[in-house]
Design a protein around this ligand. Structure first.
Ligand SMILES: Nc1ncnc2c1ncn2[C@@H]1O[C@H](COP(=O)(O)OP(=O)(O)O)[C@@H](O)[C@H]1O
Ligand SMILES: [Mg+2]
Length: 459
């Protein structure tokens, strides 16, 4: 893959002023002065004024070169700063990311934020964020630091600032670092990082034989396998990518174990049972009961949006499962209710899978929560999930079932705008569930009783 090169514009007011001045004075330094020098070349070294003019021309050329350069260039391995900034960096222009020790955002006045980079050998550089071209370029700058400068400590101010931009961009749907992320994701998820099990692989003393791989994403690979009784089971393997920091590896491990331990405590006919949990050749596996059917995302891709009655029935069944997990002591919050994690069987039964809440680690590892962000409530996005967060995700999932469109992230969904002939009931249900304020979302019991009465009317 080609090395990525990200040029970001950084132009200060002084910079612009000097450039305009040089431009205005161009006839003088580019034409009149050389002409005068040319005419007087004979007496060149005798007349100090000519010498002065000559240096004046050189000075203008030099200034034009320095101030015309307004690009911060970022690659995967180094960052280089515009020439006019390098006097503050002891005339060093290019820095490897290992040399960046800390990044912070400071602001004396509101909307006057500055980013401060601290390098080794006691160098530091302060840049006004307002001199960047736009907010997207600031985000790209900060994101590249986050991804590439692995040793760089990012202050809490900076993380908060980045989250602020990200949430604003998600809200306005102006998330713009697509290119960077495409490359980044290719790079991170390159297959060499992880070798999936091959067909026929045997595990746990031949107890399980892999039949095929059925999914790969997040932090797991999912296989279909058979057990000793020739029954089909699901094998879910934890995947550790080598780009993860040691803390993130610990977190992935923790979430994988949490998934196993939560599943072991659950006992519900619509939640896949855990059959085994083991580590072999340093690889971690969960064995699950196989649920027949297909996940709702695949279903919608195949058939388009669902009939409203079926959606209301699915809503009812999901609400019952949520009622069960939320009613446990301590309550279990699923944290990842989305079409991929719900299996529909025979167009009627609904099963909830994936208690690994991979989105939590995806969020801290890549911050984009690819394909997931649309289902995550604002409070969970900020790291504070509660029972009502599952209701927001349920509402967004219902919106997807009704429209076959990915819901807009962090938005209260109004189905009627997309489906003018939808029922008042479903529109209100989705709207209430996706209220951005979790205190204003309905309680699960109320949701259940309202759906019950609608289903009774339909029957
Ligand atoms: N118990 C199961 N029965 C049938 N299919 C399953 C089961 N568990 C997972 N899958 C399939 O594998 C996919 C990924 O599994 P999931 O547990 O959601 O992993 P991830 O954490 O990677 O999202 C699901 O969308 C579903 O299609
Ligand atoms: Mg999943």
């Amino acid at each position: 893959m080609d090395e990525f090169k990200l040029p970001l514009k950084y132009t200060t007011k002084t910079n612009q002023f000097i450039l305009s001045l040089i431009f205005l004075l161009m006839p003088l330094w580019a034409v009149i002065l050389p002409f005068t020098i040319g005419l007087s070349l004979n007496q060149f070294f005798q007349v100090p004024i000519i010498l002065f003019l000559f240096f004046l021309v050189l000075l203008f050329i030099f200034l034009a070169l320095v101030f015309e350069d307004d690009k911060i260039i970022m690659t995967r391995h180094w960052v280089s700063f515009p020439l006019f900034l390098i006097p503050r960096l002891k005339f060093k222009r290019e820095f490897a990311y290992q040399e960046i020790l800390k990044a912070d955002i400071v602001s004396d006045l509101p909307n006057k934020e500055q980013i401060v980079l601290f390098f080794n050998n006691n160098l530091n550089l302060t840049m006004d964020l307002k001199f960047f071209k736009n907010i997207q370029e600031i985000e790209q700058f900060l994101l590249t630091i986050e991804i590439c400068a692995k040793n760089c400590e990012r202050s809490s101010n900076l993380i908060e600032y980045q989250n602020k931009i990200l949430i604003a961009e998600l809200k306005d749907n102006t998330l713009s670092y697509t290119k960077l992320w495409d490359e980044e994701l290719n790079y991170r998820f390159c297959p060499t990082n992880f070798q999936p099990l091959t067909i026929g692989a045997r595990l746990r003393n031949d107890q399980f034989i892999v039949l095929k791989q059925i999914a790969f994403g997040g932090f797991s690979a999912v296989y279909l396998a058979t057990n000793l009784n020739k029954q089909e089971v699901i094998l879910k393997e934890m995947v550790i990518y080598n780009f993860l920091t040691p803390e993130q590896v610990i977190k992935v491990n923790e979430l994988f174990r949490r998934e196993a331990s939560i599943l072991a405590k659950l006992n519900h006919p619509k939640i896949a049972k855990i059959l085994d949990f083991f580590v072999e050749n340093e690889r971690h596996y969960i064995v699950l009961e196989k649920i027949w059917g297909e996940n709702l995302r695949l279903k919608i891709r195949e058939t388009g949006c669902l009939d409203e009655n079926l959606i209301i029935q699915i809503a009812h069944k999901l609400a019952l499962i949520l009622d069960y997990i939320h009613g446990l002591n301590p309550p279990v919050i699923h944290r990842d209710i989305s079409p991929d994690n719900i299996i529909l069987q025979n167009n009627q039964d609904v099963f909830l899978i994936d208690f690994g809440s991979a989105n939590e680690i995806i969020s801290s590892a890549t911050r984009t929560m690819i394909g997931k962000k649309a289902y995550i409530s604002p409070e969970q996005f900020k790291g504070k999930a509660n029972k009502a967060s599952d209701l927001y995700s349920l509402g967004s999932t219902l919106f997807y079932l009704a429209t076959a469109q990915e819901p807009e992230a962090l938005t209260q969904q109004e189905l009627i705008k997309f489906k003018p002939n939808c029922s008042v009931f479903l529109n209100k249900l989705i709207k209430d569930l996706t209220n951005l304020d979790y205190n204003k979302r309905p309680l699960l019991n109320d949701v259940l009783s309202k759906i019950d009465s609608v289903l009774n009317d339909l029957a």
